[in-house]
Write a protein that binds this ligand. Structure first.
Ligand code: KG4
Ligand code: ZN
Length: 334
């Protein structure tokens, strides 16, 4: 079954063709216009999607080496995300599905992230704990099977990626902050400065990263007042260490509490190499099955949406053409 996936929930316009489990193409156009504003400007994002959606889909179809008539279904992100951005992808997906006379499937963006690991791993042992750490979300999920989820914890303020972006902005490293902070952190000492880890008490699976970001700001201001020389690499490495520490400790607690021996990572933040290495080492030492998508499948992409669409299609779960974009769409619980 060939599924065309379309993803336009934030600032990536992406289209992908997936044939059952095989990714035949995955085109991702990142919008660079937001860099000068230090964050995503919703109206510019929708306008850029409008400009890019047709050429990106055309390129995905061409690179997959198939014809439009061979596509069995179209899967598109219908939430959560920016309303105007979601509407572009939804409107395009519905129109093309109507033209080709094939079903269309609205996919939850978070579900897409959680299924991204299936691109290179077919035999994942469930039940599992899933950690989605992105610019918009930080969520711990208990996963019974690929379409059965229950959120067990989430951030009560900033998402982990948002914290990376805000710290980068404070330091003046540009947007998006994650890769810039990671690059600088590679030259620094992760134990140079102790930044706080919030909500670490047992069986609390929620996260809070707003205080951590503020601590970085206060640390910088206080060092400047004392006329001390700042080490940006040490600040980045210590901040990154605090984020990874919290994400890992909470994931370990969730694995224990829910008696799971499989951990799945997802979302833009898990592109971070130190994070990947730290989690991998822990899981190897404690005999936990550990799965993390290839880096390009961690950040927003349409292959993960097509993959989720494929599961829904196999279950006969198609969407009505009246389906709306839902900016605050929740992950359906089992
Ligand atoms: O999953 P994603 O592409 O979009 C959302 O659904 O939000 O994640 C984007 C987020 C941004 O906050 C970005 O700074 C962060 O992922 N990110 C990283 C790294 N690469 C991207 N954070 C830490 N380290 C990285 N290497
Ligand atoms: Zn995302």
């Amino acid at each position: 079954m060939i599924v065309l996936g379309i993803e336009t929930s934030c600032d990536e316009t992406s289209a992908s063709l997936v044939d059952d489990t095989l990714i035949k193409s995955n085109i991702i156009a990142t919008q660079h216009i937001h860099e000068q504003y230090g964050g995503v400007v919703p109206e510019f994002a929708s306008r850029a999607h409008i400009q890019k959606i047709v050429p990106i889909v055309q390129l995905a179809v061409k690179n997959a080496g198939i014809s439009y008539q061979e596509i069995d279904s179209i899967a598109v992100t219908h939430g959560p995300g920016l309303a105007g951005s979601l509407l572009v992808g939804m409107c395009f997906a519905k129109s093309l599905a109507l033209r080709l006379n094939i079903p269309f499937i609205g996919v939850n963006h978070i579900e897409g992230h959680l299924l991204a690991v299936h691109a290179n791993e077919q035999d994942i042992q469930y039940p599992a704990i899933g950690l989605v750490a992105s610019g918009g979300h930080t969520i711990l999920v208990h996963i019974k099977s690929p379409l059965e989820y229950k959120i067990i914890g989430q951030t009560i303020d900033d998402a982990a990626g948002e914290a990376f972006d805000k710290v980068a902005k404070i330091i003046g490293l540009g947007y998006p902050g994650g890769p810039a902070v990671e690059n600088s952190a590679n030259q620094g000492d992760p134990n140079a400065i102790y930044f706080p880890r919030a909500l670490l008490e047992k069986n609390n699976f929620n996260f809070s990263f707003s205080g951590l970001k503020t601590s970085v700001l206060y640390y910088i201001e206080s060092e400047k007042r004392k006329n001390n020389t700042l080490s940006i690499p040490n600040i980045c490495a210590s901040f990154q260490n605090a984020v990874i520490d919290v994400l890992l400790k909470k994931s370990i607690q969730a694995l224990e509490q829910f008696n799971c021996s499989t951990l799945i990572l997802a979302g833009g933040v898990v592109r971070n190499n130190t994070l990947r290495k730290t989690f991998k080492e822990h899981c190897e030492n404690s005999k936990v099955n550990f799965y993390v998508p290839d880096p390009e499948l961690c950040t927003d992409n349409a292959a993960m949406i097509a993959r989720a669409g494929y599961y829904h299609l196999k279950n006969g779960e198609l969407s009505d053409f009246e389906l709306d974009a839902v900016p605050n769409l929740a992950l359906a619980g089992y």
